[in-house]
Design a protein around this ligand. Structure first.
Ligand code: NI
Length: 159
């Protein structure tokens, strides 16, 4: 496994749309492992492949609960319900946070890393993370949809 370079704010690739994964081969498995390691390295709750420069529909999410990392390949949202106003950040926008309106619940369908088509019903932080990461696959980032005037820059604490 390896930590990959993060693509940051201003990088044009973040505006591009990702393509479907056609075959879950070894290259995709390595990408998934590297994405999980990279997300953990930067204490992120989610990462989309485009953020490491790969325009494929692959997302990893980890809420640091008992479930462990979730891998979503070729995800689609089937249904959303309600709204939640949330604070959001992104590993491609270090130290920036803003308020965003997200669905309170989502039902999504995706392929897992074993190639099985799955459904997930998510709410709260998981719903937020799925929507945020799926936006990346569409070339959208959270500052595109933040509530105007809510962007804050927070210096990270030096270790
Ligand atoms: Ni992000």
């Amino acid at each position: 496994m390896a930590i990959r370079n993060l693509r940051l704010e201003g990088d044009e690739i973040l505006k591009k749309k990702s393509r479907e994964v056609e075959k879950i081969d070894e290259k995709i498995q390595i990408l998934i492992d590297d994405m999980i390691e990279t997300m953990h390295q930067y204490n992120g709750v989610g990462l989309a492949a485009v953020q490491v420069g790969i325009l494929k529909k692959v997302i990893v999410i980890d809420l640091y609960d008992d479930h462990g990392p979730i891998v979503l390949i070729n995800p689609i949202i089937l249904k959303t319900k309600g709204e939640q106003e949330v604070d959001e950040g992104c590993l491609s926008f270090p130290n920036q946070f803003a308020k965003v309106i997200r669905p309170a619940e989502v039902i999504a369908e995706y392929t897992d890393r074993e190639g099985k088509r799955m459904k997930i019903k998510a709410k709260e932080l998981l719903a937020q993370a799925i929507c945020h990461e799926m936006d990346h696959l569409n070339g959208e980032v959270f500052v595109d949809k933040m509530i105007p005037g809510t962007l804050e820059y927070i210096e990270s604490e030096k270790k």
